[in-house]
Design a protein around this ligand. Structure first.
Ligand code: WT7
Length: 646
């Protein structure tokens, strides 16, 4: 059965002539021509791009493909940090800002490429001094400070494999991930700042490794002047270690398929999966997509708001921008600290030109009110991007008008931890955009919508989103579990990578992502994407955010339950629930009308901002929450939601 799609969105926004004229890809015909060539011969296409990276030894074969196992640039050797750092020291970028950082309490630091290179080399020598070798796994659990990037890059410099665990995760999550990846070394900080509070990172690490003799070293960066426990013989201070080393650390070349990192997906279901990425292909994906999709210029101030704990932080805060010699803003804390205008203040203070953020953040901004961005001069912005979820047309329009001044193109970028880099996206100077669609596949990406049998579906029929050809930045496996990798991604549709997402293509070939397939509702035989019902709710003026789940229903198979948060200034009618039900009925059809609407102050989310529908499903079904809640951002939300059944 296909997924039905009812929401119609007709607004089209052309890239401005001014933007197109300066852009690398300046019109749609050019994109289509290049795309066609890239799909006709992907190996030729990728080889040409890869040649622009710095290799210490050339590859002998572009791709070795034994489905589902890929090797890219076989025989080639390179060092990721030579590409991200050393290369830029040779010319005008030497003294250019690489990272401009602001802490939540307001401290400011700038690291030039020269300085960043020095810090990375020194810390790489610290790792060596602590007997960390090529192939060893290193767990990084840090606040969003430059040292988080430095730790990652230092691992990459010596061929150690980093696994970053988001600083908002609990001791329990660290424990699971340590057990899975077998790291013997942890890099952390005493603490970090979040919404005016202290996050006790080192204490969490202590709890996670209590009694774990396998952990032989913990390196602690002093961020917050917290009084912490230092275990003699195991724990060392970052700054003390740095006193013992020089900045001389040659960038050895590693095999193109040498593992670069493992990143555990927050996955809203089941046990976390260690997504394994390797060196050459990943770097190429990161470098090339950042340059092309954000149309990076030498004088841009580029800000990706993601934490390094997510793939977005890996690819678009660290490896992608640095490989392009960009200036990146990095901000440690919460968007609403001390007030809800912190982001807009940062943009004005640093003259940010490119802003890449998440729909969930945009919906929060909408909820907090238009007066906050209105206070600041946002005219430096020239390009906006979103990632992480389908963006509701309502939020897209708000982002365009209130943040982009109706002037900046928006790139709604679809991709996954597994894909390593952006896969479906507009090109800002070429692709006419419409709110709610990630538009067209990126070069070399053979994306398609297929049915259960793997047959490509005609326009406007919903089905499974798959990728039919391997691409350089694809995951290579689930760490330590090839069988799970096969089962999870390569068995659903023959010879295709199955993304787990549902989508349709419209008559222009644009992709509309309807959400995770396992979030699909089945109401009286109709399959509805949760994203669509949520968009309909959010298009009502009182609603800030909505999450829709199914609950068992004797008659319809599934009933629709909506959890809704309202805007701060919303006018709440007594019969608002009925009004919203009618509104959804009008927008989509009576079949989608929620059977039950529950108002909430906040929705349960993972720390990356994904609504945890699995938990809402349990609540909607009337039972208690029994599943894993270790990735939940704020546990108190659950208790409140369970009670809101009025
Ligand atoms: C899932 C991947 C990749 C960076 C952050 C999330 C959803 C992501 C979009 C988008 C619609 C999107 C998909 C995807 N998603 N971007 N632009 N439009 N949906 O990484 O945690 O691996 O999640 O996020 O469902 O499968 P992730």
């Amino acid at each position: 059965m296909s997924i039905e799609s009812h929401l119609v969105e007709n607004r089209i926004f052309q890239p401005s002539r001014e933007f197109s004229k300066a852009a690398r890809i300046g019109d749609l015909a050019e994109y289509r021509k290049l795309y066609k060539a890239s799909i006709a011969d992907p190996e030729k296409f990728w080889a040409k791009q890869a040649a622009k990276l710095r290799w210490q030894k050339d590859w002998t074969k572009v791709l070795q493909w034994k489905c589902p196992f890929a090797k890219w640039f076989v025989g080639g050797k390179l060092n990721v940090t030579e590409n991200c750092l050393d290369r830029h020291l040779e010319g005008a970028r030497r003294n250019k800002a690489a990272i401009i950082w602001e802490g939540e309490p307001g401290e400011k630091r700038t690291l030039t490429y020269h300085q960043l290179h020095r810090e990375v080399c020194k810390f790489a020598n610290v790792l060596k001094r602590n007997n960390i070798k090529k192939g060893d796994r290193v767990l990084i659990y840090m606040p969003l400070v430059p040292e988080a990037s430095i730790a990652m890059l230092a691992c990459a410099r010596i061929g150690a494999v980093h696994s970053v665990v988001f600083g908002g995760f609990s001791a329990e999550s660290i424990k699971d991930r340590l057990a899975d990846c077998g790291a013997q070394v942890v890099i952390t900080a005493d603490g970090g700042y979040r919404r005016g509070q202290m996050v006790t990172l080192k204490q969490n690490v202590d709890r996670a490794i209590e009694g774990n003799a396998a952990i032989r070293r913990v390196i602690v960066f002093k961020r917050a002047n917290l009084d912490i426990h230092i275990a003699e013989g195991r724990d060392v201070w970052w700054h003390r270690e740095m006193d013992y080393v020089t900045a001389d650390c040659p960038a050895l070349g590693f095999d193109s398929e040498h593992p670069l990192f493992i990143l555990y997906t927050s996955g809203s279901t089941g046990k976390p999966k260690g997504i394994l990425h390797t060196t050459g292909g990943y770097l190429l994906g990161a470098q090339f997509t950042t340059k092309t999709i954000f149309d990076l210029r030498e004088d841009d101030v580029y800000w990706c708001t993601a934490d390094v704990g997510w793939i977005t932080g890996h690819t678009y805060l660290v490896y992608g921008p640095l490989a392009n010699g960009a200036t990146c803003l990095m901000y440690e804390g919460a968007p609403n600290w001390p007030e809800p205008d912190r982001f807009w203040k940062l943009i004005a203070d640093y003259g940010v030109t490119i802003l890449y953020t998440a729909p969930t953040a945009i919906r929060a901004f909408i909820k907090w009110g238009d007066e906050w961005p209105a206070k600041h001069d946002l005219s430096s912005l020239r390009l906006l991007g979103t990632v992480g979820e389908p963006i509701n047309p309502e939020a897209w329009m708000w982002f365009r008008e209130k943040i982009g001044g109706s002037r900046c193109p928006i790139v709604d970028t679809w991709w996954q931890t597994e894909t390593g880099a952006i896969m479906i996206t507009p090109l800002p100077g070429a692709t006419p955009t419409t709110p709610g669609t990630a538009t067209l596949p990126f070069f070399g990406i053979d994306a398609a919508i297929v049915d259960d049998a793997g047959k490509e579906l005609p326009a406007n029929e919903g089905g499974k989103l798959v990728i039919r050809k391997p691409w350089p930045s694809m995951l290579r496996s689930i760490y330590g579990d090839k069988q799970r990798y096969k089962d999870q991604y390569w068995t659903e549709v023959k010879d295709c990578y199955f993304t787990g997402d549902g989508a349709r293509r419209d008559e222009h070939g644009y992709f509309w992502i309807t959400g995770r397939m396992d979030d699909v509702l089945n109401v009286a035989g109709h399959r509805l994407g949760t994203a669509e019902v949520e968009s309909a709710l959010v298009s009502h003026e009182a609603v800030a955010e909505a999450a829709v789940v199914g609950r068992p229903d004797e008659i319809k198979g599934q009933g629709v339950v909506a959890f809704v948060t309202l805007k701060t200034h919303a006018v709440v009618h007594a019969d608002l629930k009925e009004i919203l039900r009618k509104h959804v009925g009008e927008m989509i059809g009576p079949i989608a009308k929620p059977d039950d609407i529950r108002f909430a102050d906040a929705l349960p989310k993972t720390r990356s901002g994904k609504i945890m529908r699995r938990l809402l499903k349990e609540i909607a079904g009337g039972g208690g929450v029994t599943g894993d809640t270790t990735t939940l951002e704020d546990l108190s939300i659950l208790a409140k939601l369970s009670k809101s059944d009025d």
